[in-house]
Design a protein around this ligand. Structure first.
Ligand code: XMP
Length: 318
């Protein structure tokens, strides 16, 4: 029967057999479960001939870039962090339409990744953390020739650099990927991380993006997520986050009238993200998070809770 230990042993042998003894492999790391597990597996097979690239797009959660990069290095991975926040903010400047924002982020990611990948001289392979559900989804949508989901795709890089693709997790379901990650020593906080969208906080800031808005949202989001972790509720929800709304509302502080931003908390339960129910979080918990955000994040004076299920609402607001 299938065990993560057997899978690791046989995949390591298969990778050593497939990848030539001097050949280099490039892998984009996102901080998510799949790319992290793929990295550990390849690292066990070929050591520092795996070149990980982790891009800070300026749209990650608070302290996420530093924390995850530190964790990767602690695991012995050969990973290059790339701080490209300004490039992403420039590409996003003035854009409010959700799809235009996604396109600008996708395009910028390809440019940044491409540039870093070209620094790895003589690279032969591009590794991807594609898992079985990704394979099924892209086959049914795009036909059998294409096996890479668009948001996992790094554009025409494989062709331009003449890279071959290696996808060691292609046959695994998510729970199997987690078991393999556990066997390889991936820390619990990465192993059981909520899904996080590729475009990051850009699709949780309704309207146009500025570094100031990102900072505001990061601070509110960190309060929500830390509170979920501290109360043990984190593992009971599929996904959670905060939406920064393009609205100001009136409040009072002392004898002063305020006119500041509104944020919406979003937390859902789900099996696969396709359908979702709003999480029935305890009122006391919501009250506590609301107080903390309003007291600690200057510029936000109102917090609301999203009680919409999917469908017809989506998990993200954009
Ligand atoms: P929705 O909002 O469509 O989200 O209910 C379903 C799941 O997909 C994630 N999501 C994205 N992930 N790029 C991604 O990589 C995207 O553009 C994107 N949009 C939504 C969302 O976080 C949820 O897990």
């Amino acid at each position: 029967s299938w065990t993560p230990e057997h899978f690791v042993d046989s995949m390591v042998l298969a990778l050593q057999h497939t990848i030539g003894p001097d050949e280099k492999v490039i892998l984009g790391l996102s901080g998510g479960v799949d790319s992290s597990v793929a990295a550990l597996l390849l690292h066990r097979a070929i050591g520092d001939r795996l070149y990980g690239i982790f891009v800070d797009n300026g749209l990650l959660r608070k302290d996420e870039y530093e924390g995850v990069l530190h964790a990767y290095k602690g695991l012995g991975l050969n990973v290059q962090g790339v701080n490209a926040s300004q490039e992403f903010y420039s590409a996003l400047a003035g854009l409010s339409d959700p799809e235009q924002k996604r396109k600008a982020i996708g395009r910028t990611f390809i440019e940044v990744f491409d540039r870093e990948a070209h620094k790895v001289e003589g690279a032969k392979w591009l590794a991807q953390g594609t898992i079985y559900p990704d394979v099924i989804e892209s086959v049914s949508v795009k036909g059998p020739a294409v096996t890479i989901k668009s948001h996992h795709n790094v554009g025409g890089l494989p062709d331009r650099m003449n890279l071959k693709i290696v996808e060691p997790l292609r046959a695994l379901f998510k729970d199997e990927v987690r078991q393999v990650g556990d066997t390889l020593g991936l820390p619990h906080n990465i192993l059981h991380r909520h899904p996080f969208p590729g475009p990051g906080l850009a699709i949780r800031i309704l309207g146009d993006i500025t570094p100031q808005k990102v900072d505001l949202l990061q601070r509110a989001d960190a309060i929500f997520i830390d509170s979920l972790r501290q109360t043990g509720l984190y593992d009971q929800v599929w996904q959670a986050g905060v939406m920064l709304l393009p609205i100001q509302s009136v409040g009072v502080m002392g004898d002063e009238r305020t006119y500041e931003q509104v944020v919406a908390l979003r937390a859902v339960t789900s099996v696969d993200g396709m359908t979702a129910d709003w999480a029935h979080l305890p009122y006391d918990f919501l009250a506590d998070v609301s107080n903390k955000i309003i007291n600690q994040v200057r510029g936000i004076n109102r917090v609301v809770y999203d009680i919409s299920s999917k469908p017809p609402a989506t998990i993200e607001w954009e």
